[in-house]
Design a protein around this ligand. Structure first.
Ligand SMILES: *[C@@H]1O[C@H](CO)[C@@H](O)[C@H](O)[C@H]1NC(C)=O
Ligand SMILES: *[C@@H]1O[C@H](CO)[C@@H](O)[C@H](O)[C@H]1NC(C)=O
Ligand SMILES: *[C@@H]1O[C@H](CO)[C@@H](O)[C@H](O)[C@H]1NC(C)=O
Ligand SMILES: *[C@@H]1O[C@H](CO)[C@@H](O)[C@H](O)[C@H]1NC(C)=O
Ligand SMILES: *[C@@H]1O[C@H](CO)[C@@H](O)[C@H](O)[C@H]1NC(C)=O
Length: 169
């Protein structure tokens, strides 16, 4: 049998888990991805394929390019130009001051290169943007069955029952 203290610990653990679940319902905030992983890492020495393979890009997120604008630039290009490092007829010139951002608004792969020959040294990055996994539906006003912060009332009821059971057993 569990002691009273252990039961309380278990109940608190259940409530904390519910709280964590519930907080997910407030909506996902867009994430700013620092390309290359640092403040100033749009540079030839970085392996951007490796970097992007360790990131998850969702619709609405932002890319941040930090670089020396006297040397480098950032151009959004199509897949062909990305593969072949063609820096003419780009889609978007992302370059402004060297601390530049780009909003990933669609669920599709995006391609960026540095012009002036640096693309051939590996200064290019592809990011595959996907739709964020669905969040629990927001609470409906006056509707039933409703949910509180993404946690169904049934879940809360069940855990209260479990808590009562644990305390009384
Ligand atoms: C690849 O990326 C991971 C995580 O970002 C990093 O720890 C690792 O050093 C990188 N490896 C190379 C070869 O760049
Ligand atoms: C970059 O990282 C990728 C994935 O980790 C790896 O497959 C590739 O060989 C690396 N490229 C270079 C030039 O190191
Ligand atoms: C990609 O861009 C290049 C350069 O602007 C252009 O020649 C080519 O037709 C484009 N390819 C596709 C598939 O849009
Ligand atoms: C991109 O825009 C920057 C800032 O306006 C400008 O200095 C640069 O010449 C442009 N690059 C290209 C390739 O058009
Ligand atoms: C992008 O991600 C989606 C979903 O994971 C996948 O189906 C698709 O093949 C990926 N595209 C590229 C170009 O990697």
């Amino acid at each position: 049998m569990l002691g009273f203290g252990e039961k309380v610990v278990m109940i608190v653990a259940v409530l904390v888990m519910l709280g964590v679940r519930g907080s997910g319902a407030e909506g996902r905030k867009p994430v700013l991805h620092r390309v290359g992983g640092g403040q100033n890492t749009w540079t030839p020495s970085v392996n951007f394929t490796n970097w992007s393979s360790h990131e998850q890009f969702y619709v609405g997120d932002w890319l941040y390019f930090g670089f020396d604008k006297t040397q480098y630039n950032v151009l959004e290009v199509n897949e062909t130009s990305y593969d072949k490092c063609i820096d003419t007829d780009f889609i978007t010139n992302v370059t402004k001051g060297g601390r530049d951002v780009f909003n990933l608004i669609d669920a599709k792969p995006y391609y960026f290169i540095c012009g002036r020959g640096y693309c051939f040294n590996g200064m290019k990055v592809a990011v595959n943007v996907t739709v964020a996994p669905p969040l629990p539906p927001p609470p409906k006003k006056g509707g039933s069955p409703s949910s509180v912060g993404g946690v169904s009332q049934r879940m809360i009821l069940l855990s209260l029952l479990a808590a009562t059971f644990l305390l009384c057993s």
